[in-house]
Design a protein around this ligand. Sequence first.
Ligand SMILES: [Zn+2]
Length: 481
Amino acid sequence: MTRAAFDPLDAPGAPGSHPDRPGHPSRRHRRPRCRVCGLHEEWCVCPILPRIDLPFEFLFVQHAVETARPTNTGRLAHHMLPNSRLIVYGRRGETADWSPLEEPGADYRLLYPRSSTRRLSAADWTARARPRLALVILDGTWHQAAHMAHRIAPLRGMPCVQLAEGLTSHWPIRHGRAPGQLCTAEAALRAVEALGHATAARHGGSHGARRRSHAIHEGRAAIRTDAGRRAPRGRVLVDRPGGPRRGAAMIRLFRKKEVHRPTGLGWLAIAAAAALLGRPAGVGLYRFLAPSSSDRSGMLVLEGWVHDDVATHATAAVRDGRCRRVYTTGGPIEAGRWLSEYGDWATVSRARLLEEGLDPALVTAVPAPAAVKDRTYASALALARRLRADGGLPDRLVLLTTAPHARRSRLLFARALGPGCRVDTWAIDPRLFGATNWWRSSEGVRVVLSETFAYAYARATVFFLSPASEDEPPAVVPEAP
Ligand SMILES: [Zn+2]
């Protein structure tokens, strides 16, 4: 039976001790504390802690940070196991004496998971190679334990053992971060059990455990209140490795998250994939936005705001007889209207076709009212009213427009005209770009990207737009000059 002469409360930084006068209470913690359990003397739990005599020895290697923690359970285990010693690692200005870890008569086992670790069992005691068995337990957080196992030379080559997996704590004084992570006192008791002394372990672990835990919690609550931190009423303070959980009762609005970023090689792979797939994807996007029917015969509707080359296609279609009638659509001209005799795009477009020599009787302008949003839809509604006034909607019409706008125009015209009228598109590339090179011009990038978002918006909101009503009186549309 050996006990170290070390007294944790003599350590600088120990609970309640003055940094310059070991053992003397600091100004912050005026009330004297127990030297073992670290609680105020009136809350001391040491008298109710069991004492367990065992034939094998325990060596607690305690991280210096733990000496200052009232939540530490290594001291309690050291107190409960008379055949134990406690060595402190990392105390400033002191060199620890590691000779207890290198005694020739002892067969050591380090309770720590390494790759070669096996399960601690009664055979470790019965089949020991030397007269004594000494079980070394690291007392600290998991991070501190890993640090000590690596830095303390005698521990590096020591045979390692571990407890059975999935153990649950019967002594909830200090909780692990994950199931199976036990506090030092609990780990010591489970090791006693694994070494074939189950009765002794039960005596230390479960007998009076509830009373003991309660007493320790109450004592800690008193320390916190004394230190200016009010203990929450009716709540048991349970500590975790790494110190008390700050702000546990607060509502959390942010959390830490691990983020994966590409490496240099990753960026290279992304660039290569973009170079390989970028062009087909760009061409595919443009073709998606610009569906174009091969049958361009029948009634033609020309969106008024399109450029002159598109309008020329309408003239050609009428001239070669594919198309019998043209309607031009569009809302008010928003810039320079007072300089022109035309107030809207529908009328401008009609005038353009007449200038190219089309018969005025074949071309009808259908101006749309000013609209803050869904301007294409407003044009389509105006067209529906006009067609009804002219004798009813056709079964099919061809919508002539610029390419990236075609899919959105088709969607909105089909909605306004209703299911009885099929809308086909005739999509003409804008003057400056096409499917295979739009990403090379700033205008192309701007138009294609904005049309992509605009189409997605139209697709999502089209069901909220009501089709033109048949009962609605047709708009009175003045014929352009
Ligand atoms: Zn005590």
